[in-house]
Design a protein around this ligand. Structure first.
Ligand code: AMP
Length: 312
C-alpha cells in the first residue's frame, strides 16, 4: 500500500492503474479506523481491482463548537489497518491540500434532505459532507464508492448528490457493524469512559425495540418514537436528542410506516453525542426480509416487541 499526501501524487499513481484497465473502489473516511470502516474496505477490495481509501477530517462539516480539534487522529495505525484490509492507495491530505485558499466559497446545496434529522442539530453539516465527497470523487474518480448505513442520512444525501449531479460513480451502502452489546462502532466511541460506555448501548437497544414493534404491526411514527423514549427513560445515563421516522431514499420525515423506513436517533452519553438508526419494516414487507440478516443481534434487543403506550 502507498500513502499519498497530495492530489498530484495520488493522480499519478491512479493513472497507472487506469491504464491497466483496473476498476477502482473508494472508501472515504475521517480515520481512527475501526471494524465498521474495515468492513467497507474489505467489501471494496472484494468488488474492485484497486482500493483507494481517504483519511481526512473535513473542517467544512464541523461547527465551531464541534470536536474538530480533538477528533481522534492516528495515521500510522490507520495505514497499518488499511493495508491489512486490502487498500492499495491511502489518500491522506492535510487541510491546506484540500482547501489551499483556507476555505472554499462553493458549497453543494443538498436541499431539504440536509435540513431534517441530523441537519436540524448540525446546520450545514450535510453541505460540508456533500462538498468534500464531490471533491474526493473528482480527485479519485472511482467506479464505486462505499458508505455505511450507520450514517443513513449521509448515505441518502450522497445517493442524491450522485443522481442529481450525474456523478459517474456507483454508491454502495454497507450494513452497520456493532459491538457485541449492540453499540454501533464509531470513531467517537473513543471518547467514552467506563460509565458512558455502559450507558451507550441503550440507544441501539431502544431503536431495536421499536424496530420489533414495527415488525409486529406498529405503523405510527409517534408510537415508535414513544417506544424509544420509554426504553431510554430506564437508563438515566443517556439523553435522547431526537428520534424520528424517515423515508430511506429521500429522508423526508414520515408520520406512518408504509413499507420500509429508517428510524434514526441521536443521544448524549455525558458529553459524547451518539447517532444510530435501524431499518424498520412493516409486516406486509416481512417475507422479503426472511433472507436478510437482522440489522443487529444480541441479548435484550427485542425488549419492545408488543410494547404499547400506557402498557409499559
Ligand atoms: P467516518 O470516518 O465516521 O466519516 O466514516 C467513514 C465511513 O464509514 C462512512 O461511510 C460511515 O458510514 C462508515 N461507518 C462508520 N461507522 C460504521 C459502522 N459502525 N458500520 C458500518 N460503517 C460505518
Amino acid at each position: 500500500m502507498k500513502t499519498h499526501s497530495t492530489k498530484q501524487l495520488l493522480a499519478a499513481a491512479l493513472a497507472g492503474e487506469r491504464r491497466e484497465g483496473r476498476s477502482v473502489g473508494f472508501v472515504p473516511t475521517m480515520g481512527a479506523l475501526h471494524e465498521g470502516h474495515l468492513s467497507l474496505l474489505r467489501r471494496a477490495s472484494a468488488d474492485n481491482d484497486v482500493v483507494v481509501a481517504s483519511v481526512f477530517v473535513n473542517p467544512l462539516q464541523f461547527a465551531p463548537t464541534d470536536d474538530f480539534a480533538r477528533y481522534p487522529r492516528d495515521l500510522d495505525a490507520d495505514a497499518a489497518l488499511a493495508a491489512e484490509a486490502g487498500v492499495d492507495h491511502l489518500f491522506a491530505p492535510d487541510v491546506a491540500e484540500m482547501y489551499p485558499r483556507g476555505s472554499i466559497a462553493t458549497r453543494v446545496d443538498v436541499g431539504p434532505t440536509g435540513d431534517v434529522g441530523e441537519g436540524v442539530w448540525r446546520p450545514g453539516f450535510f453541505a460540508g459532507v456533500a462538498t468534500v465527497c464531490c471533491k474526493l470523487f473528482h480527485i479519485v474518480g472511482p467506479d464505486r464508492a462505499y458508505f455505511g448505513q450507520k450514517d443513513a442520512q449521509q448515505l441518502a444525501v450522497i445517493r442524491q448528490l450522485v443522481a442529481d449531479l450525474d456523478l459517474p460513480v456507483e454508491i454502495v451502502g454497507c450494513p452497520t457493524v456493532r459491538e457485541h452489546d449492540g453499540l454501533a462502532l464509531s470513531s467517537r466511541n473513543a471518547y467514552l469512559d467506563p460509565e458512558t460506555r455502559r450507558a451507550a448501548p441503550a440507544l441501539a437497544a431502544a431503536l431495536m425495540a421499536a424496530r420489533d414493534a414495527a415488525a409486529g404491526g406498529e405503523g405510527s411514527a409517534a408510537e415508535l418514537r414513544w417506544i424509544v423514549e420509554a426504553c431510554l427513560e430506564a437508563e438515566p445515563g443517556i439523553h435522547l436528542q431526537y428520534v424520528d421516522l424517515f423515508d430511506p431514499a429521500t429522508f423526508s420525515a414520515r408520520e406512518r410506516l408504509d413499507g420500509r423506513g429508517v428510524l434514526a436517533a441521536a443521544a448524549y452519553v455525558g458529553g459524547t453525542r451518539l447517532i444510530d438508526n435501524v431499518e424498520v419494516v412493516s409486516p406486509a414487507q416481512q417475507p422479503e426480509l426472511a433472507a436478510e440478516p437482522a440489522a443487529g443481534a444480541g441479548a435484550g434487543m427485542n425488549a419492545g416487541a408488543g410494547m404499547k403506550r400506557g402498557a409499559a
